[in-house]
Design a protein around this ligand. Structure first.
Ligand SMILES: NC(=O)c1ccc[n+]([C@@H]2O[C@H](COP(=O)([O-])OP(=O)(O)OC[C@H]3O[C@@H](n4cnc5c(N)ncnc54)[C@H](O)[C@@H]3O)[C@@H](O)[C@H]2O)c1
Ligand SMILES: O=c1[nH]cnc2c1ncn2[C@@H]1O[C@H](CO)[C@@H](O)[C@H]1O
Ligand SMILES: N[C@@H](CCS)C(=O)O
Length: 417
């Protein structure tokens, strides 16, 4: 095994964290046992670009148990946990990356993963898939396909397919029920506040929290914000989602109006420039800005910096921008995914990543068992059901089964009033 990480001596700490998450990832543990017996990845190299922390290492160990040579790097220069990568390397995974990489170092590590000439790629945000297509197309011949973890990655891959540029099959892991209903909603809802509260040590109750985007992440953030006692305002561009937010009980208004009231703004749109240009003029003194969505472009830091007369680090992951009129605006975690980047960014709870990574593991296996043309593929409902049943079992939850009569009734069309 090879590695280029911060410090291999951090492995004992990382191993304890991995054992901890394993207790909370029972579905992935079941799949790991299945893979140990069936060895679906014998002779196969799997390269991943995912947030590198203990739960992700556990996915790596699951693929390794299935016979794969695994090589991993991070999908964000700030989200890597260095003790986890050290433990991963000790446990036989090839590990690349550290927290606080420069952009250049980030791409160097991605290239090191590609030097292994993977048969399968697991990506988050599609950086690795783009790199192969743009700069290392010779790798496409061996590549059987990829799995994509997040909404933004899938949008980009679908655009690439429409333009005739996508040369491999990609499993849209994000679009499975077991992913977006739980990870994007409950995962982002919880981990966003977990990280913001850890970073700032300030109250949520009684604050006005503005959530930009009412997709699966935005719904989770709004729901948990309300649960913590915040007054939640939602901003949207989609009339259906805006109506849903309104009927869920939130105030809905244009972003510039919302900013006048906001104590905390959280973006989760997958789009750029949600807070940009003139928007900064409307922000209240003392407002916190955080992003849980797309890369670091949802809040336009350059525009903020241009309008500020001074910027200063207050404490880790909190930067204060003083505006000409004396207002101070605080940017958290450099506008990168607040729930993953930075000191308090531990990512989603293990029980949630259990579902997302179970889907990753089974989707990677599917790429080997079927002959798939280039395209973006939805996962099967039967895989969602398998994972849901396993999870319910580990939670001790039993459900009813359809009787034969009920099944017949549900499939019939000729019984009326
Ligand atoms: N932080 C995390 O751990 C995490 C987890 C899952 C997904 N994500 C990322 O979060 C982003 C959102 O994911 P999702 O699954 O909720 O996507 P989604 O497509 O379900 O929702 C995005 C919403 O944002 C809205 N939107 C777009 N432009 C807007 C604008 N200018 N103003 C207001 N609203 C706007 C859209 O109409 C849509 O309703 C993506 O970039 C995704 O990759 C992050
Ligand atoms: O703790 C985590 N470990 C690994 N991946 C995570 C964690 N939390 C969230 N995401 C993943 O990050 C993607 C956005 O980049 C999300 O789609 C989510 O699945
Ligand atoms: N890997 C990307 C995806 C965000 S949606 C990031 O961490 O910024």
């Amino acid at each position: 095994m090879t590695y280029d990480i911060k410090d291999i001596n951090l492995a004992p700490e990382g191993e304890k964290k991995i054992k901890w998450v394993q207790r909370h990832m029972p579905v992935l543990e079941t799949i790991k046992k299945e893979f140990m017996e069936t060895k679906p990845f014998e002779g196969i190299t799997i390269g991943s670009c995912l947030h590198l922390e203990p739960k992700t290492i556990n996915l790596g160990l699951t693929l390794q148990a299935g016979g794969a040579e695994v090589v991993m790097t991070g999908c964000n220069p700030l989200s890597t946990q260095d003790d986890a990568t050290a433990a991963g390397a000790k446990l036989g995974l090839n590990m690349y990356g550290w927290t606080g990489e420069t952009n250049e170092e980030y791409y160097e590590q991605l290239n090191k993963v590609l030097d292994y000439e993977p048969d399968i790629v697991i990506d988050d945000g599609a950086d690795l898939i783009f790199l192969i297509h743009k700069e290392r197309p010779e790798l496409l011949e061996k590549l059987r396909g990829a799995c994509e973890e997040t909404t933004t990655g899938i949008h980009r891959l679908k655009s690439m397919f429409k333009d005739g540029e996508l040369k491999i099959p990609v499993m849209a892991v994000n679009d499975s029920y077991m992913k977006y209903l739980f990870d994007n909603r409950y995962g982002t809802g919880q981990s966003t506040f977990d990280s913001i509260m850890g970073t700032t040590n300030t109250v949520i109750a009684g604050q006005t929290v503005v959530v930009c985007g009412y997709g699966w992440c935005g719904r989770g953030i709004a729901m948990r914000g309300e649960g913590l006692g915040a007054n939640v305002i939602v901003t949207e561009v989609d009339p259906i989602r805006a109506l849903e937010a309104k009927m869920d009980g939130y105030r809905v208004m244009p972003v510039q109006n919302a900013l006048k009231e906001a104590d905390l703004v959280i973006t989760a749109t997958g789009n750029r420039d949600i807070i940009s240009g003139d928007d900064f003029k409307y922000i209240k003194d003392g407002c916190l800005l955080a992003n849980s969505g797309h890369f670091n472009v949802e809040i336009n830091e350059d525009d903020l910096a241009k309008q500020a007369i001074a910027r200063e680090n207050i404490k880790p992951d909190i930067e204060a921008f003083t505006m000409k009129d004396g207002r101070i605006v605080y940017l958290l975690a450099g506008g990168r995914l607040v729930n993953l980047a930075g000191q308090y960014g531990q990512g989603h709870p293990a029980e949630i990543m259990d579902l997302s990574f179970a889907m990753q593991a089974l989707s990677a296996k599917r790429l080997l068992t079927e002959d798939m043309k280039p395209g973006v593929y939805k996962t099967r409902d039967s895989t969602d059901e398998k994972i849901a049943r396993l999870k319910l079992k580990t939670m001790g939850v039993k459900i009813d089964n359809l009787t034969e009569e009920q099944e017949k009734y549900m499939n019939s069309w000729d019984v009326g009033t």
